[in-house]
Every structure is written in C-alpha cells, then in structure tokens.
Write a protein that binds this ligand. Structure first.
Ligand code: GAR
Length: 209
C-alpha cells in the first residue's frame, strides 16, 4: 500500500476527506504521519482522533526558511512516504525541499490554475468578474502554485456569491477531487510527459488546449 505524509496548517477538512475515504475502504492509502507548522491547527485533532501520528514542526522555531525546510524534510523522510500531500499547508517551500520530493509531492490550490496563484483566490476571482472558479491539484515544482496539473474541478460563480460562500463550495469540490487524485497516484496510474500529467498514459482534452 501507498504510504503518505500529509502536511497541514489549519482546519484540515481535506485531511478529513482522506481519512473518511480510507476508513470507508475507498482509498488505498495509509497516512503514516500528519505534520503541521502551526501547533493550534485543528487538523491535528482530526488526525489524533483517527489514530494517526502527528508532529508539529513550527516554522517560528527556525531562523530561516532553509533551516525550517531541512527540519521538515528530515521529519518527513523518517516516515519513508511514497507520497507527500500538501493539504492547506500555507508555507512556501524551498527549491531544495521540492526537488527532494519531486514527483511524489502534490498540492491542492483553490483556483483554476494558472489563474490566481498565491492567497485570497476567491476574492480575486470575484473582483475580476470571472464566470468560473475552482480548485486544482498539481505536482509541486519550485515555482509557487505551478507544476503539472493532475485534476481540476470548477463551479459557476453566482451573482450573489461572496468569498466565504465560494470557499465553502470550493471545499466540497476539493473533498471529492483530492482523494481521487491521491487514489490515482496510489494505483500508479499517473505519469508525466512534457510537463503534462497523463492518466493511464493518456492526456485529458483539457490539458491539450
Ligand atoms: C483549501 O481550500 C486549499 O485549497 C487551500 O487551503 C484550504 C485548506 O483547507 N490551500 C491553499 O491555499 C494552498 N496555497 P483545509 O485545511 O480545511 O483542508
């Protein structure tokens, strides 16, 4: 079975989606460890409740980003994962860290990348008057919120939507998409070719555009 380490910074609703699907026998993944950079992250409680080991690697305890990322890398390596899942992990990672876990490090981002990398994505989509908004799951590369896209889900923005409502609706999409992407990885159905992700050796229509 595929062994994963999940990195969080906050509520951990995506972590919960993984836990629920694993417990229901729908996701062939074992979460060996959940790491948070914030000691107060509620996701740590979700992990403990599910009997998963947790660890806090507090970025404030390290003098530099390099030092923090090296400590994080050591902690992850000790768990010997096949897959490292960023699930609402809100720290920018160094190129050394990303390259160390290259091809086994995935992230979820609350926008239709390449639109709106960074933060505040829901408000930015509203301010731009966009019709569509969504979430993207991608392999991580050193450039922030870039990297080959595995899966995207989208929704239509309603005229009365605000950022909070959009976030809630995006979360629902994320909770379906992220376990599915992890499942494809665990089943070794994902590969990469010319910067694109292939599922069962095929490119999706959307990626060809
Ligand atoms: C999710 O919406 C995820 O897309 C976003 O943080 C939220 C975490 O929610 N990630 C980023 O913004 C990464 N830059 P959760 O803690 O409830 O899973």
């Amino acid at each position: 079975r595929c062994k994963a380490v999940v990195l969080i910074s906050g509520g951990g609703s995506n972590l919960q989606a993984f836990i629920d699907q694993i417990e229901a026998g729908q996701l062939p993944l074992d979460i060996a460890l959940v790491i948070s950079n914030k000691p107060e992250a509620f996701g740590l409680e979700r992990a403990t409740r599910a009997g998963i080991d947790t660890l806090v690697v507090n970025h404030k305890a390290y003098p530099s980003r390099d030092d923090f990322d090296r400590a994080l890398q050591r902690a992850i390596d000790a768990a010997t994962p096949d897959l490292v899942i960023l699930a609402g992990f809100m720290r920018i990672l160094t190129a050394d860290f990303v390259n160390h876990f290259r091809h086994r490090l995935i992230n979820i981002h609350p926008s239709l990348l390449p639109k709106y990398p960074g933060t505040n994505t829901h408000q930015r989509a509203l301010d731009a008057g966009d019709t569509w908004h969504g979430a993207s799951i991608h392999f991580v590369v050193p450039e922030v919120d870039a990297g080959p896209i595995i899966l995207q889900g989208r929704l239509k923005i309603r005229s009365d939507d605000n950022a909070d409502q959009l976030q809630q609706r995006i979360h629902k999409i994320e909770h379906q998409l992220y376990p599915l992407a992890a499942r494809w990885f665990a089943e070794q159905r994902l590969s990469q070719h010319n910067g694109k992700v292939l599922l069962d050796g095929e490119t999706s229509d959307q990626q060809l555009q």
